[in-house]
Design a protein around this ligand. Structure first.
Ligand SMILES: *Cc1c(COP(=O)(O)O)cnc(C)c1O
Length: 460
């Protein structure tokens, strides 16, 4: 039988109007924004799929918790609620709150990496890698090769390649490795999960060399859902139990609560390592605030604690991931080239195949994201040659294999009718794709250029 529909396990009781605009209006706005969707004003956007970070809708239970914020400087009750939630759901003993994920990465990297040590990661995330490198660490990619191929249908493209890990130990020795930084639902690979079997093998391997695993747990619940759906032996296990088992293979984690935890701001680091915890507590005071608030208001910690319980509801996580799948399937049915398998938080348009008439030096993904906004007011993000930046020594563009437009779905925010609007807009563009023109740069910042670069149409 065809898979039955799962509707959202909640109903809407407060709405936020969004602005409908005309094509002429949007043409003017994208020109003003230099064809860069980061430079659009949020109020000029109809459906905002720029990112899922901090864009979640909170529940009535979370909002009511916001009124119970204990705003004492030290020992606020909400900290203890957060600590209990992390202990129960993630299974780690100690927790240090931070204002968001990168602050937890900063503290972890500074304490756990010695200059010149390697930090193997399954692909990378921008801030995780940056903090590791600032601490003197050397990034080492240990993800399976399939992750770099947008057309590979491997169900667990987030898996670690044990041969790559072994090669590193054989060449450099285990002492040259700080820890394994393992991310569930790898963002830069398209939201692709690892399997529990792979994690089990990685953990057994790491134990042999006495190397700890510190998760970047940002999208661990989405990964747990994929394990439930795809891996033998997990179909009847609740996501909550799968997450607990997964985290059990690690010594600790860093976390951006702006993703899985269903809040607009926050993060934490958690660990079973007493000595690390003591050092992290010392350091958080310098950079974030006292160890019982870490840059967060009491009310924010309460919202995170409650979001942690809500995120492991099986019906919720199924509807969240299946909404992403719904959009992806609609695009596939229309013959539009996307990265497969469809990820846990986003659908990625393959701009190289979508716009074969635009060479990569004319920024096809940037042009496609701009055209999507003009067509329907949908905001997406470029993940291609603009994001990859330039080689610092030669000044040439890095030319990544993947030239993508990311359609990222915020949690509990849009309905599937919004997804239909997005799919129809992509389809309309695909039918008239040869009308989309390449772009040229008119302004380019030196670092992280994708945020602020400005473009114009070639011959426009
Ligand atoms: C967002 C994110 C981070 C950084 O978290 P912030 O809360 O944005 O600082 C780290 N890792 C991954 C995989 C992320 O998606």
């Amino acid at each position: 039988m065809k898979q039955r529909t799962i509707a959202e396990p909640y109903r809407i009781k407060m709405i936020e109007p969004i602005k409908m605009t005309t094509r002429e209006y949007r043409e003017a706005k994208i020109r003003e924004a230099g064809y860069n969707t980061f430079l659009l004003k949020s109020e000029d956007v109809y459906i905002d799929l720029l990112t899922d970070s901090g864009a979640s809708a909170m529940s009535d239970w979370q909002w009511s918790g916001m009124f119970l914020g204990d705003e004492a400087y030290a020992g606020a009750r909400n900290f203890f609620h957060l600590e209990k939630a992390v202990q129960e759901i993630y299974g780690f003993k100690h927790i240090v709150p931070t204002h968001q994920g990168r602050a937890a990465e900063h503290i972890t990297s500074q304490i756990r990496i010695q200059r010149g040590q390697y930090v193997p990661m399954n692909m990378y995330f921008t801030t995780t890698r940056e903090h590791a490198e600032r601490a003197g660490g050397i990034f080492y990619d240990c993800i399976v090769d399939e992750a770099h191929d947008p057309a590979s249908a491997h169900p667990f493209k987030g898996n670690v390649d044990l041969n790559k890990l072994q090669r590193l130990v054989d060449e450099k020795g285990a002492n040259a490795i700080a820890y394994l930084s393992i991310a569930p639902c790898v963002n830069m690979a398209g939201g692709q999960p690892f399997s529990m079997a792979n994690l089990r093998e990685v953990a057994a391997w790491a134990k042999r060399y006495n190397l700890p695993i510190i998760f970047d747990a940002t999208r661990a619940v989405e990964n747990a859902y994929f394990i439930q759906q795809r891996e033998e032996g997990y179909a009847r296990k609740p996501v909550r139990a799968i997450l607990r088992e997964m985290m059990g293979y690690g010594e600790g984690c860093t976390m951006s609560s702006k993703k899985d935890n269903l809040v607009n701001i926050g993060g934490f680091l958690a660990t079973n390592n007493e000595a690390f915890f003591v050092k992290a507590k010392e350091m958080v005071v310098v950079f974030e605030g006292l160890h019982t608030y870490g840059g967060l208001a009491g009310r924010d910690m309460e919202a995170i604690a409650r979001g942690i319980y809500e995120m492991v509801d099986d019906a919720y996580i199924a509807s969240r991931v299946r909404q992403v799948e719904y959009l992806g399937k609609r695009l596939q049915d229309a013959g539009i080239p996307i990265v497969i398998p469809i990820g846990g938080h986003a659908v990625f348009l393959d701009a190289k195949r979508f716009l074969p008439h635009i060479p990569q030096e004319q920024f096809p993904a940037q042009a496609l994201a701009a055209a999507l906004y003009v067509d329907s007011g949908v905001r997406a993000m470029e993940r291609g040659i603009v994001s990859a930046g330039r080689d610092h020594t030669t000044g040439e563009h890095h030319k990544p294999k993947l030239e993508l437009v990311r359609l990222t779905i915020p949690r509990r925010v849009y309905t599937n009718l919004h997804m239909d609007v997005v799919a129809e807009s992509c389809q309309a563009l695909y039918e008239e794709r040869e009308k989309i023109k390449g772009l040229e740069i008119v302004y380019e910042p030196e670092t992280l250029r994708f945020f602020q670069a400005r473009f114009q149409e070639i011959g426009g």
